[in-house]
Design a protein around this ligand. Sequence first.
Ligand SMILES: C[S@@+](CC[C@H](N)C(=O)[O-])C[C@H]1O[C@@H](n2cnc3c(N)ncnc32)[C@H](O)[C@@H]1O
Length: 285
Amino acid sequence: MMNKFQKFEYSNDDRGVTPFETFQRYSNEKQQTSIKIAEIINSFRTHPVSLLDVGAGDGLLTQLYLSKIESVPQKITLIEPSVDLINKLRLNLSQFDGLSTINILNERFQEYATDQKFDVIIASHVPFTGDTGMETLPSIYMKLLSLLDYNGVLILIQRANDDIHSFREKFKSILNGRIYNSYAINDAQNVFGNVVADDPLNHITIYHASSELLFPKDNQHDRIAIIEFLLNTKWNQIQRDVKAQINDYLAVRNNRLGQSDGILVFSQEIENPPPNREGGVSERS
Ligand SMILES: C[S@@+](CC[C@H](N)C(=O)[O-])C[C@H]1O[C@@H](n2cnc3c(N)ncnc32)[C@H](O)[C@@H]1O
């Protein structure tokens, strides 16, 4: 069933699996990125009491990083607009039921209204721009910042300029008939930099987490689901010559594409700064 938000890549196919989940089965991205997220949360001040995860999907990433942090927050709020993913999200988070109060909201972040503030806010790979552009990003970033508690940390994750980024830009441009610019971490960084006040107490750090995506050769269903997820286009709507180009592109790369997540971490004045944390923007591996 499709709700008014739901895009097909986050909706169940005829096997009850979303293309997004199929993509995850052939990639170690969530494993690698969750390690970095946990390191970041563990390096901050006291243990977080409240956490907001925006666009949590099926909860795999959330489950992985929560399993790695030193103390699971008492209050966890998860926002996910896809009806099909929300049931899996509930299931994936069930192991934390006794430890935390878990609040799952089936809506878009734009509609979320609360007076609560959070110690940690995470928005990972949320397609806030859709295919339309970046005009709405400043207001979304301002809303994220407004929900951050004093001394809180905001973690924004987007793809860096990796192989998947090149794949999407190349083939979405062909499919759309115009140049397609995929929204990446450097775009997030630019827009975010314009939104936050120029204050020496602000800290913005960019981290990276590397991983790999394997396109299966012997499972056509899953291979197509991954391509559909990356290009937001149904395989049967792609012209035959473009399908051949996609297969050639992947064949010369041995059906493997490198991935790199860019992780933007924003915090304000912290009580017990770990060594080497300074104001301004810095890059970490
Ligand atoms: C690529 S998945 C990422 C899931 C998870 N955060 C991760 O990194 O593995 C993007 C998720 O964002 C959700 N989403 C899309 N637009 C959204 C919006 N406006 N507000 C909140 N979530 C949104 C989608 O339903 C989907 O579950």
